[in-house]
Structure formats: structure tokens, C-alpha cells
Design a protein around this ligand. Structure first.
Ligand code: ATP
Ligand code: MG
Ligand code: MG
Length: 554
């Protein structure tokens, strides 16, 4: 057995187990803000935190970081829970930062009493001015020396909504000359006269991230609080807040940062994804072109493929961009194992077998999945008129064209060998029918000498009179460039690929009429497809998850 080397976070945990914590104390959390749908970057964080939980047998909380009533909604809470469960993880406790509002408030009051916090009443622009620069110390606010009584009184009024919105803030009293700008008396609370989706109008002040996050970790007794690299500078403040509140010998959580996932050809912040939805660039958060977990699910990704992707990229200490083709590789690999093979023609042209009996039909046996013997076989109908793919025929072709042309032979998958004879064109010169003859002794699997004859190409097909029409949605990358949101002059909105969705009307074999939403198939020679939720009794809709081969850039 090969022992996997530990990633740097596991190494930290192993060290901590030797010195600081017992195994029973290990606890993790995934802390989304319910202000949008989760994306593949969150999936990485979910796999990391819940993966550590599985590895160490430790609980993992799902904590909604719901401290901003302006952008948060129940719809997002519900979708987040659905996505985590779909990925195959179970949280220990479902927690809400808003459940800690009273505790946070009590701690803040204590900090005022202890001289660690004060109410500032200056306009935000003035406070920003006073912050100084990284090379220049800031200036103390004139309100920094407010009396404890005055601070307590104002803070309570703020909480009750008795002061005007936006006039006062509560700030931590730390050091206006700190080298770390975040330590220059950061704001802990702002007054906001807004209704919260869970606490209603109980609170007219709301805590800011730095104040709420570490204290929530502490309240839940999380041992390792993992976050992305942009929080490195916040760690000093995280620890300072834990130091000034009375932690009564309880465990102090430890913040550790890892590189966020960036994926090529897409954007990944909820704000930007929300803009794509609101400006109707995509149809919804779960549009199959979106890098959201719900979009990937609808596109046809499986939980296993996303977990495999997260495992493959691992955790890094430096930011980087992962090529989306790695994600596509992971789903191709999974679907290759599990997706039944079927026949579907996306750009049909009619093929007539002139020497095949008019009314005859045959049901031919074909394998469901050559990668999985247990998947068995099924029967598909064959008749005189078939659809084949338009690009699988050329009137005249060179020796490298292993498909059908006049005078040449190919095999029809699981059926017979045919030979191109003639074409019928409309008045514009477009081919409307291809006429061919078949070798009646060449049936696949019949064991005859003719059936064993080697021909260069094999085509997929669907019998015209049995075919089921389907709407097939073909997706391409949503953006034309690798890093749409790193250009200094142009917004990512300027790099939208106008051809990211193509809808075609194709034909599939009749068995697919019964396919249910989210069923996955390989259309032979084309790619992997997922039954879309827009499917109804009279209309089948498929999403192409990914093509069979990576054809990009070729
Ligand atoms: P966004 O900017 O996309 O809205 P966020 O970090 O504000 O992301 P949160 O809901 O606050 O979103 O994040 C929940 C957790 O997911 C956090 O621990 C965060 O670090 C992690 N996370 C978010 N985006 C990524 C990413 N691209 N890669 C890895 N982890 C991420
Ligand atoms: Mg956020
Ligand atoms: Mg963010």
C-alpha cells in the first residue's frame, strides 16, 4: 500500500496533535455566506474541510456566515445545503453566525468596559483618511477617548436603532500605528436598519467579518479554521479578538490559509456570477455553463468527479489557475465507467439502404457499456431508412477519411456493413439523402466470414421511423479568454463568448424516451449527455456534459 504524503494542512494538524490538541478536540467547519449559490471553489473548500473530518473522525459544522442582511436570502441557504449533501458530505451541526449575535454583543460590551472598543462618530471618509498608509502611521480618532459610559450608552442605542443609520460604528481600540493596516482600530459593528432573514428586526447593528468569524469559530470550538490566502493579514486580528475576550480555558481556534481555486475560462466570485444571472448572460444560477455546483450538476457532472478533481488539485500555499480541462478530464473518466452507451444523431442526414426490404425491421443486440460487463445489452431497431451524422459522409474523400463516401464501405455500429452508392440533392445542391447498399451477411456478432471483414470506419445511426426527436444543448466556454477577470482595462463582461450555447434538434434511439431527469449517457462517438430538467412528456432535452475527447485548441 502506498502511503500518501500529507498535505501542508495535514502536517500542521499532525504537529498540533503532538503538542496542542487531543484528537477529540479536532473540529472543522465550512462557513459560506448565504449570498449566492456555491461554486467549484467552494467545492474545493468543502472537500478539504469535510475530507479532514473523514480522515480524523472529527465533526464538521456547516456554518452560515449570515452577518450581512442586505445580500442574504433563505433561497441561498437552501441551495447551499442541497449542494453540500449532493457532494456526499454530512455536517455535524447546522450553525448560523446570527445565532451568536447576543453573545457577540455581550463580548463587545465587555470590550468597551475593558477599554478595548469605542464608538466612533465620524464620516467613513474621514476615518479612512486617518488610517494612514502602510508606510505612515494613522491618526487617532477624536472619539477614541470617549468615556466608557458614553460608549455603552451609544452602543446600546445603536443596537436598538435609536441612532441614525450609518452615523456611528463600534471600533476595536488597538493601534493606529500598527504595521498591519487591519489592526488600525478596525470596525466591529455598523448600524444598519435592515431586516435580517433570520433575526428580523431584533438587531439594528451587524458585526463585520473579522469580529464575527473568529468568535463563531470559538463558540463552536472549531480547532482549525481554514480560509483562503487573502485572510493571511487578518490572522493577527483574529488572534487579537480571541485574546481580549474571556475564553475561560477553552480551546482557541487556529486560522490557517490555503490557496483559493481559480479555474480558467470562467469567473468565480458570487458577485460576478450574480451579475451574469441578473444581466441574463446565463439563464440562472444553475445554467449548465456556470461554474456553480448546481450548474455543474445540471451539466451532468457527478459528485465523484468533483471530489476527484478536488483531490487531484490538492491544497497549495500559492495562488494558481487550474485549467478547466482537468475538471473535464475528471468527469470524462467517471462517465466512461458508468454512462450507458446509446446512439444519438445531432446533425441528421437520411441514409436509405436500397437493397433492404421496405417494411422490414430488425432489433439488433448491442452492448450497454464495454467498460462494464454487468451493464448488459439491449436491443435497438434497424430499418431501411436511418439517420446518420451529416459530417460522417463525403461524396469524395481521401484515404484519411474513415467514414462513408461513394464506393467505400463502413460498418454501421452493431448492424451491417454498407457501401455508399449515390446522393440525392435539393435545388441548392445540399444532400438530402444518401443511398447505399448493405451486405446482408455482415451482421455484427453473427460470426459469419462477412461479419468479420475489417472495414475502416464505424458510424452511429438511428432508425428514422423509430427515432425520438430531442433538443440537444451544446455548451462551450462562457468566456473567450483564460483569465477573464484579470485584465486591467477591461471588465470580464467584455470577454463573454457569444457562442457558448448552441441548440440543435437531433434524433436518439427510442429507448431514451423513458429517460429520467439527470440520467447520463454516452452518445457514441460524440460525448456525454445529461437529461435536463426542462424535459417534459413531449420533449426530451439533453445537455452535453463534455465531448468525448478534448478538442479545444486543436
Ligand atoms: P466569493 O468571493 O466567491 O463570494 P467567498 O469567499 O466570499 O467567495 P464564502 O461564502 O464567504 O465565499 O466562502 C465560504 C468558504 O469557501 C470560505 O471558507 C472560503 O474561503 C471558501 N472559498 C470561497 N471561494 C473559494 C475558492 N475559490 N477556492 C477555495 N475556497 C474558496
Ligand atoms: Mg464572502
Ligand atoms: Mg469574497
Amino acid at each position: 500500500e502506498v502511503k500518501k504524503s500529507l498535505n501542508f494542512i495535514e502536517q500542521i494538524i499532525e504537529e498540533d496533535l503532538k503538542e496542542n490538541y487531543s484528537r477529540e478536540q479536532l473540529k472543522f467547519r465550512f462557513p459560506p455566506e448565504p449570498n449566492g449559490y456555491l461554486h467549484i471553489g467552494h467545492a474545493k473548500s468543502i472537500c478539504l474541510n469535510f475530507g479532514l473530518g473523514e480522515k480524523y473522525g472529527a465533526p464538521v459544522n456547516l456554518r452560515f456566515d449570515d452577518t450581512n442582511p442586505i445580500k442574504e436570502e433563505q433561497e441561498f441557504v437552501d441551495s447551499i445545503k442541497e449542494d453540500v449533501l449532493w457532494l456526499g458530505f454530512k455536517w455535524d451541526k447546522e450553525c448560523y453566525a446570527s445565532d451568536y449575535f447576543q453573545q457577540l454583543y455581550d463580548w463587545a460590551v465587555q470590550m468597551i468596559r475593558d477599554g478595548y472598543a469605542y464608538v466612533d462618530s465620524q464620516p467613513s471618509a474621514v476615518m479612512a483618511e486617518q488610517k494612514g498608509t502602510p508606510t505612515q502611521p494613522g491618526v487617532n480618532s477624536p472619539f477614541r477617548s470617549r468615556t466608557i459610559e458614553e460608549n455603552l450608552d451609544l452602543f446600546e442605542k445603536m443596537k436598538n436603532g435609536e441612532t441614525e443609520e450609518g452615523v456611528h460604528v463600534l471600533r476595536a481600540k488597538i493601534d493606529m500605528a500598527s504595521k498591519n493596516m487591519l489592526m488600525r482600530d478596525p470596525v466591529m459593528y455598523r448600524s444598519l436598519h435592515k431586516k435580517h432573514h433570520r433575526t428580523g428586526n431584533n438587531w439594528m447593528i451587524y458585526p463585520l467579518y473579522d469580529w464575527a468569524h473568529g468568535q463563531s469559530d470559538f463558540t463552536e470550538q472549531v480547532s482549525h479554521s481554514l480560509c483562503t490566502l487573502e485572510f493571511v493579514m487578518h490572522r493577527e486580528l483574529y488572534n487579537w479578538f480571541l485574546k481580549v475576550i474571556d475564553t475561560k480555558d477553552q480551546l482557541n481556534p487556529k486560522q490557517t490559509e490555503f490557496a483559493r481555486l481559480n479555474l480558467s475560462y470562467t469567473v468565480m466570485s458570487k458577485r460576478k456570477l450574480a451579475e451574469l444571472v441578473n444581466k441574463n448572460i446565463v439563464s440562472s444560477w444553475d445554467d449548465p455553463r456556470m461554474p456553480t455546483i448546481s450548474g455543474l450538476r445540471r451539466r451532468g457532472y457527478t459528485p465523484a468527479s468533483i471530489r476527484k478533481f478536488a483531490e487531484t488539485i490538492g491544497v497549495a500555499k500559492r495562488d494558481n489557475v487550474i485549467d478547466v480541462s482537468l475538471l473535464e478530464f475528471c468527469i470524462r473518466e467517471d462517465l466512461n465507467k458508468i454512462a450507458p452507451r446509446v446512439m444519438g444523431v445531432l446533425d441528421p442526414v437520411k441514409l436509405v439502404i436500397t437493397n433492404y426490404q421496405e417494411e422490414k425491421e430488425e432489433w439488433l443486440e448491442t452492448e450497454n457499456n464495454p467498460e462494464d460487463e454487468s451493464a448488459g445489452t439491449r436491443e435497438i431497431p434497424f430499418s431501411k431508412e436511418l439517420y446518420i451524422e451529416r459530417e460522417d459522409f463525403k461524396e469524395e474523400a481521401n484515404r484519411k477519411f474513415f467514414r462513408l463516401s461513394l464506393g467505400k464501405e463502413v460498418r454501421l455500429k452493431s448492424a451491417y456493413i454498407i457501401k455508399g452508392e449515390k446522393v440525392v440533392k435539393d435545388e441548392n445542391g445540399e444532400i438530402i439523402e444518401i443511398h447505399c447498399t448493405y451486405d446482408s451477411q455482415s451482421k455484427s456478432g453473427s460470426g459469419t466470414e462477412e461479419s468479420l471483414r475489417k472495414v475502416k470506419g464505424t458510424l452511429h445511426w438511428v432508425s428514422v421511423k423509430h427515432a425520438v426527436e430531442a433538443e440537444i444543448r451544446l455548451y462551450d466556454r462562457l468566456f473567450n479568454v483564460e483569465s477573464p477577470d484579470t485584465d486591467k482595462e477591461k471588465s470580464y463582461m467584455e470577454f463573454i463568448n457569444p457562442d457558448s450555447l448552441q441548440i440543435v434538434r437531433g434524433y436518439v434511439e427510442p429507448g431514451l424516451k423513458a429517460a429520467g431527469v439527470s440520467e447520463k449517457f454516452q452518445f457514441q462517438r460524440i460525448g456525454y449527455f445529461n437529461v435536463d430538467k426542462d424535459t417534459t412528456e413531449d420533449k426530451l432535452v439533453f445537455n452535453r456534459t463534455v465531448a468525448l475527447r478534448d478538442s479545444w485548441g486543436k
